[in-house]
Every structure is written in C-alpha cells, then in structure tokens.
Ligand binder design. Structure first.
Ligand code: BES
Ligand code: MN
Length: 458
C-alpha cells in the first residue's frame, strides 16, 4: 500500500496537468453544437484509461458515448467487483462574461484549479482513475475487480445510461457503485453522503392575447400573462417558503433524532452560509436548520422566468405569453409521479380563466436514501478517515443523481457517495473550480477504499 501512496505523491504534478487536458474539452451535453467535443473527450478518456493499464472502450448511444474501462480480469473472475461511476459532460458555461478566465482554459491559482467541469465531475472522478493507475503502475495487486462507467449525459438526464445498464446487466453486476459527484463541507472535513434529493422538472406557459399588444390601447381590458404567472406562482408558497399545494408534504418522512444530531456536526454557521451565497438573510420553513432545509426538505423552485420584451430600453406591450421553468426537489418516500400530478392539478385549479395554461413535463427521479450503517458504508468511512485524517461526517445532499435509483433497481447495487466538491466550488456557476487538496486526498481515499471494501467482514 505504501508504494501506491508514494506513487500518488510523486506524480501529483503530472496528474494535474493531465486533468487540465481533460478539462480543455468543451463537453457541454445540453448544447448540440458541442456534440463533436463530447466525442473527442470520450475518445481522449478511452485512450487515457488504456494508457494507465485498463481495458477501455467507447460505447455509442443515441446521444453521447459512454466510456467503459475495466481492470483486466482473470479467466475465472473470483474477486469482488465494484463499479466507479462518473460523468464527463459538463453544464453550459454561460454567462461567459462572469468568468475571470475562459471556462475551457484551465487556470491554477494556489490550490484551486478553475475550469468548467473541474469539480462536476471530471476532477472528482479522475481522482479514482489516478488511484487505480497507482496500483497498476506499481504492480500492486488490486483486491477487487473494477469497472469505470463514465457517461456523457448526466447533466441532461442520463437518458442512454439506463438502457445501457439493462443491456450490460451481467457485465456490470457489482457489490456497490462508488461515486464522487457530491460535496464535503471543507477540504479537511470528509463526508459520506447517504441521501440525495429527487426531482421533477416541468415548464408552465400562460397564453394570453394572440399576439403582443399595445399596452396603451388594450392594457387594462385584457389580462397580462406575465402578471397572471407572477400571481399564480406567488400563491405556491407562503412567506416562509412553505408550499401551499395540498398533499405536497404528505409522504415526507421526518428525520430521526439521531440524524438531526449528526446534522448539527455539519461545520457551517448561518453567517458563513450567508456570506458564501451573498444574501442578506437566509430563508425557509420554521423549525429546520439551513442544512436540513437544503437536503432533507422538498422545494418548489423557479429556475427560469421569461415574458415580454427583454431588450434594451422600454417597449410598451402586453405580452402574448409568459413562461416559467420549474423544478421541485423531492425527499425520500415522495413519489415523483404523484407529486407531479398534484402540482399540475393545483396549477390548473388556480389558473385564472383569462389565460390558457400549458404544462410541459420534463425529467423526474425519486430521492435516494441508504443506510450509513451497512458494512460497505462503514468501510468507506474508514477509508475517508485514513485519507483525511479526521472522522467523517454523515450527510444528506440536496442535489440529485437520478441514475443511482437505476443502479439499485437494475444492478441491485447501492451507491457509496464520497463527494470531493466544496461548497465554494461554484458547480453549475461561473468560475467553477476544484480544490487540489481534495483531488490528492480523493486519490488516497480511493486507494484505501479498495482495501477497506475487501476486508473479510464487509
Ligand atoms: N453532481 C451533481 C449532483 C449533486 C451535486 C448532488 C451536489 C449532490 C450535491 C450532478 O451533476 C447534478 O448537477 N445533477 C443534477 C441532476 C438533474 C439535471 C436531473 C441536479 O442535481 O440538478
Ligand atoms: Mn452537475
């Protein structure tokens, strides 16, 4: 094991420079013009995996390719098999003017590496590849077989991956899936995440007059769709953010006393959170801490709001339509289809007759909740402690990784969520970064993990 750790230590510089190469691909899955960049990125990844001693292949899909890389197997495989999941696609980098340096020209400043995709998810996932490289290049036997599955559609709903899992069910059957695509409180506070929120996405459009109208000639006699939408959405919550849609909270399972206590160990004060987010005051339901609100409570969020004239200067119109992009985050035990139904029903009932409501459904996924007491979770906690030299905290995360539900359903495998992202990493925002201490410790974590997971009691 020491030789693996030494190898990691000696090669940090090269690892960072390779990660920079990986980050130069503008693999933005949401934007069709970047399709060739996703393909080039996947090809680079295949070549890189081969170079470190894995058997790698590029698997075409209807959209972006999936990269599969495996440790070479004995003729009769006898070792435990684990999957490492990650994604090489990234969120759109816009608004570009807010980036200090361009999103696909990686820049190092102190211990931070700035680029789109650095924390979410190229850098986090790359830490595992580097750990495996250390085993393979030092001739240290890996105590388990590993398969890396790195997809290119995570940020747009992982549509191809679930079919792929079904098709390759036998090859991918494993004891657990290891994922570093979540967060940790700070670079010296390791964490095991045992819950993720689910999600439903949809768009609401209110149609008013047949075309934009002169607001002086007709305004007053015709409803304004933008105002009607504002009023409709305003009714969704009260002034503390409690969702007013009947039944919305019905199936929400509360947290145990033990969980709430553990939650208090999360090392961030409200003052620190306010500062981090640039808000004057925090917000939210009475009786829950900010940590609880952003991980263990469901939400209704407007992600985008459009109507009327958005250009320079003024334009006096009553717009023909108004639109909102919405997502609700869900927690364990809430059924996405049911929540979608009651939300749509409520919107229909509350929409005034002066406008026509159109709802387009988007993606949806259940929340994920797994016991942190399982033998695999305990092994992961030991590996975290060894790498970071500190007792890890157990946490729920507010974000979603919908595919983990399918890992469970199709492969029967639980996911070990070992996040390496920091709260100030700016995931999905301008100036995204990845902390190089998290990168290095992440590699050590991965190196220890395979040992801990294969201990006899696990
Ligand atoms: N890595 C994130 C998910 C995440 C981040 C979970 C931080 C927990 C903490 C992932 O890439 C992501 O952004 N997922 C989307 C899923 C959506 C598009 C279905 C999300 O959560 O918005
Ligand atoms: Mn993301």
């Amino acid at each position: 094991m020491q030789v693996v750790l030494d190898y990691l230590k000696q090669n940090q510089k090269r690892f960072v420079s390779e990660l920079c190469d990986y980050l130069r691909f503008a693999s933005v899955s949401a934007q069709p013009q970047h399709k060739p960049d996703l393909l080039a990125c996947a090809k680079w990844l295949v070549a890189h995996c081969e170079q470190i001693g894995l058997e790698a292949r590029l698997c075409e899909t209807d959209d972006h390719p999936i990269v599969v890389a495996r440790t070479k197997r004995a003729k009769k495989p006898h070792k435990r098999h684990y999957m490492v999941y990650g994604h090489y696609d990234v969120q759109p980098p816009e608004p570009l003017e807010l980036w200090t340096t361009p999103p696909f020209e990686p820049r190092i400043d102190g211990r931070n590496l700035f680029a789109r995709g650095s924390t979410d998810n190229k850098g986090q996932n790359f830490a595992h590849l580097k750990a495996v490289e250390a085993y393979l290049k030092t001739g240290t036997p890996l105590p388990c077989d590993l398969t890396f599955v790195i997809e290119g559609e995570e940020e747009v709903g992982s549509k191809s991956l679930s079919g792929f899992l079904k098709k390759h069910q036998e090859e991918l059957a494993c004891s657990a899936v290891v994922i570093s695509d979540t967060g940790m409180p700070s670079s010296n506070h390791p964490a095991l995440t045992y819950a993720l929120r689910g999600i439903i996405a949809f768009e609401i459009t209110l149609h008013g007059p047949a075309r934009d109208l002169h607001s002086g000639i007709f305004g007053g006699a015709v409803d304004n769709p933008a105002m009607a939408l504002a009023q409709l959405l305003a009714k969704v919550r009260d002034d503390r953010g409690v969702i007013q849609i009947p039944g919305f909270y019905e199936d929400v399972e509360g947290m145990s006393r033990e969980e709430r206590l553990e939650n208090k160990r999360y090392p961030m004060t409200d003052t620190q959170l306010k500062k981090l987010l640039g808000v004057r005051e925090l917000f939210g339901e009475h009786g829950f801490s900010a940590t609880e609100q952003r991980s263990a409570r469901p939400t209704f969020e407007i992600n985008g709001l459009t109507s009327g004239y958005q250009g320079e200067g003024s334009k006096t119109i009553v717009p023909a339509w108004a639109r909102a992009k919405i997502t609700c985050r869900l927690v364990a035990n809430q059924n996405p289809a049911h929540i979608r139904r009651i939300v749509c029903q409520w919107l229909k009932e509350n929409c005034p007759a002066t406008v026509r409501l159109e709802i387009t459904a988007g993606h949806g996924a259940e929340a994920y909740l797994v016991s942190p007491k399982s033998a695999a979770a305990q092994a992961a906690l030991r590996a975290l402690k060894k790498a970071f030299n500190r007792k890890p905290i157990l946490m729920r995360e507010g974000g979603s990784i919908p595919i983990v539900n399918e890992f469970k359903q199709i492969l029967g495998a639980d996911s070990l969520l070992l996040g390496l992202g920091l709260p100030d990493d700016n995931a999905h925002s301008p100036n995204e970064k990845f902390n190089l201490d998290c990168f290095e410790k992440g590699q050590q974590l991965s190196a220890y993990l395979w040992q801990e997971l294969t201990q006899p009691k696990v």
